[in-house]
Design a protein around this ligand. Structure first.
Ligand code: SF4
Length: 388
């Protein structure tokens, strides 16, 4: 297919595809799916080899958020039966982080629900970052605390944070349909603040919230412009008790096309499969490793992932290898002067959303699969051992 040859050539040169080419990837048929994966896989291997970076989420503060992000189980008015707790103490967070690192993760993503941190919250998280760094040599720490005020990114950097995550989530034109308590521009501003403070910026999207192909391409092109080091791709987990609970529109094939499109548009960036991997890719997860070079190990913020052991087996069975702490994630041209290992963070509000199916898999999933959504009941904020 000429389209795929063109996209591979551009990906190897770090050249941006046209919008029409990105849209064409989303419109490919199921008959072409393996060709699409193979083509994007060439770009992935060129920049990242067969390495898979593992990231581990620690939810520092869960639930009770005053914001109204429709996809989020922690939102204002959410009826989702999630764990709710206030700030973990530095030692508790460090213990949770250690479990993820023992399981093979090299990055810990410290996430807190809320619109954004107060200065006191930044102090608290700074103590936590120091505790984690002291107790776990070589660990990368990403913070995800919501919208940042002036000077907060710098303070997190001084405390030892390597990265900051704040997702754009969806296109600018549909942002107001998803969230009314803050704006798309607020989100862009926070990513820019993180970047300016010398933190590795991590910003991604949620697919499956009812957006069009154009919306998906819009948000991915906006991300390319913001130039984060890592792009987490979430697939909406339609939690019962949230406004998007009925949005079960993704198929595994659709998810693979989305990941391929992101890889072609952001060829040399850490593309991470985030929330919804197990729920929507299901048995096709190993194919997605040919597109993304990073995943979360174990559980998400408020929902369960597959067992950490199963993640490791899947990576080995698919012929990939877990990236070691001594290996630099990003290609050399992206690491100059930075933390040297850049990568992404968690997703504030782990619930991602719906999309349209394309080509021959235009059929949505066969109705809601609420059996696939399990609320997290162990790990951070509980007395039970975490899944890592
Ligand atoms: S995504 Fe973050 S800001 Fe939005 S409701 Fe969830 S926790 Fe709050």
């Amino acid at each position: 297919m000429d389209l795929l040859n063109t996209l591979v050539d551009k990906g190897l040169r770090r050249e941006t595809p046209t919008r029409a080419e990105a849209l064409a990837v989303l419109a490919t048929s199921d008959d072409d799916l393996l060709d699409v994966v193979a083509a994007a896989g060439k770009v992935r291997r060129h920049w990242f080899g067969r390495r898979v970076k593992l990231n581990y989420l620690v939810n520092l503060k869960s639930g009770l958020c005053p914001e109204d992000c429709s996809y989020c189980s922690q939102r204002l008015g959410s009826k989702a039966d999630i764990l709710k707790y206030t700030w973990l103490k530095p030692d508790e967070a460090s213990q949770a982080a250690a479990a993820g690192l023992a399981g093979g993760a090299k990055r810990v993503c410290l996430v807190a629900s809320g619109r954004g941190p107060t200065d006191r919250d930044v102090d608290r998280v700074s103590d936590t970052i120091r505790a984690i760094k002291e107790q776990n040599e070589g660990v990368e720490v990403c913070a995800c605390l919501g919208l940042l005020s002036e000077g907060q990114a710098e303070r997190l950097r001084e405390a030892g944070a390597d990265a900051y995550n704040h997702n754009l989530n969806t296109s600018e034109s549909t942002y107001g349909d998803i969230t009314t308590t803050h704006t798309y521009a607020d989100r862009v501003d926070t990513v820019q603040k993180a970047h300016a403070a010398g933190l590795s910026a991590c910003s991604g999207l949620i697919a499956g919230m009812g957006e069009s192909d154009e919306d998906l391409v819009d948000v991915v092109f906006s991300l390319r412009e913001l130039d984060p080091d890592s792009v987490p791709v979430n697939f909406l987990i339609p939690f019962e008790g949230t406004p998007l609970a009925k949005e079960w529109n993704l198929t595994p094939q659709r998810c693979l096309r989305i990941l391929a499109m992101v890889r072609f548009v952001c060829p040399d960036v850490e593309v991470r499969i985030a929330g919804g991997r197990e729920v929507h890719l299901r048995t096709m997860q190993p194919l997605a490793l040919h597109l993304a070079n990073s995943i979360f190990l174990g559980d998400y913020l408020t929902s369960e992932g597959q067992a950490g052991r199963a993640d490791l087996e899947m990576i080995a069975d698919a012929g990939f290898e877990v990236e070691g702490a001594e290996q630099v994630t990003l290609p050399e041209h992206r690491t100059g002067g930075g933390c040297g290992s850049h990568g992404g963070g968690g997703t504030c509000g782990s619930a991602p959303a719906a999309g349209e199916s394309a080509g021959e898999s235009a059929h949505p999933a066969d109705g809601p699969r609420t059996d696939l959504v399990a609320v997290r009941r162990r790990g951070a904020g509980t007395d039970l051992a975490p899944n890592a």
